[in-house]
Design a binder for this molecule. Structure first.
Ligand code: AMP
Length: 351
């Protein structure tokens, strides 16, 4: 168990790190962050900040020296430079390695009995033609690595679209389009002792590949598919010897849950837990990596809606403060680029 006053190192400097640091402060820990990005939003709430390249081994070692335990908030932290962090790293870098590559991720989940959308790896034009022939259209081409918030994705409506696609050359994956009734996520926390707790699964709505809202209670189709989805998520967490918050995203279909992707970290679809659950995903992540007892994950209130504040909407987000049910979170990002997650608003009903 990590003593109060100990230092948690966070790899990455985004809003997830910022909210981890805020939860850690409440439990008496101090956080320092490491990110190549200048002025990251987590830096504002951390005691110290390393602004260095991921591959700067000297800086990484100096950072590690100052930390009692290390976690990540960013999924695309390169694995190689963090392997030397060894036991100080609370989570196994295998989790990152798996989640960073859509092909490894799908194979891993299939190996555990999970069912992703039909897919094929696409390394060149011939692969693409074959993938479209085998799987059919419509489908989605995604970069194997580094995609997020709908970036690095192209919809393929017809074989002719595939013929006109000019970006083969980067490793891609082609997925059949899933006709889903709803999307949902399973958010769990696993302690150092292997104990697992789940939050209620929210219904997630994406717009242009970006999460727009997460709501609870989820519709009946989701509620009916949470159990097998949880069983898979637990297997993933156990197989990785995972510690902390882990998220799996699913499509609820007429034929049961279809695995979409996993995130070995706290997740946007779990932001509602800050006010909507007895213990938030951020606090339980801190508890898990510090070896503290996990907190109750029960939902408080009868209905919860988390709405992301995207791009320019941040300028007027404070308007929601006049709603007594609303909790406004802004991440302190300087530029409101289109499609950028600037904050979120959670509304809780108690009736
Ligand atoms: P991803 O970044 O892979 O989670 O994709 C972002 C969003 O695009 C998902 O949450 C879905 O709304 C949509 N999407 C991605 N892949 C598929 C698929 N194979 N079938 C249908 N919709 C998809």
């Amino acid at each position: 168990m990590l003593r109060p006053g100990s230092t948690i190192g966070i790899l990455g400097g985004g809003q997830l790190g910022r909210m981890i640091a805020m939860a850690a402060a409440q439990l008496g820990y101090r956080c320092i962050a490491y990110s190549p990005e200048k002025d990251p939003v987590a830096g504002e709430v951390c005691a110290d900040m390393f602004t260095n390249d991921w591959h700067d081994a000297k800086a990484m070692a100096a950072f590690a020296q100052k930390c009692d335990v290390i976690t990540w908030e960013f999924e695309n932290v390169p694995v190689e430079p963090i392997v030397p962090l060894g036991k100080r790293l609370a989570m196994d870098p295998r989790a990152l390695e798996t989640a960073q590559d859509r092909v490894l991720e799908k194979r891993f989940v299939e190996g555990l009995g999970g069912r992703p959308a039909p897919w094929r790896a696409v390394d060149d034009r011939a692969d693409l033609t074959e993938a479209v022939e085998r799987i059919g259209t419509p489908g989605i081409l995604k970069t194997r690595r580094d995609g997020y918030d709908g970036k690095g994705q192209w919809r393929i409506a017809s074989a002719r679209d595939a013929e006109g696609f000019s970006r083969t050359g980067t490793p891609l994956v082609y997925e059949g389009m899933v006709r889903f009734e709803a999307e949902f996520s399973v958010i769990l926390v696993r302690g150092r002792d292997g104990a697992v707790r789940f939050w209620d699964s929210p219904h997630n709505v994406h717009e242009n590949g970006i999460l727009a809202t997460s709501t609870l209670p989820a519709p009946a189709i989701v509620a009916g598919q949470v159990e097998p989805a949880r069983a898979l998520a637990r297997q993933v967490a156990d197989a990785l010897g995972y510690v902390g918050v882990l998220t799996l995203e699913f499509f609820a279909t007429r034929n049961g849950p279809v695995f979409n992707e996993m995130a070995p970290r706290v997740h946007n679809s779990g932001h509602w837990t800050i006010e909507g659950a007895a213990t938030s995903q951020f606090e339980n992540h801190v508890r898990a990596i510090c070896g503290l007892p996990l907190g109750d994950t029960r939902t408080v209130g009868s209905a919860v809606t988390m709405e992301n504040v995207i791009g320019k909407a941040a300028a007027t987000a404070h308007k929601a403060l006049s709603d007594p049910d609303a909790h406004v979170h802004l991440y302190g990002k300087a530029s409101a680029r289109e499609g950028r997650k600037m904050g979120h608003v959670t509304r809780i009903r108690h009736d």
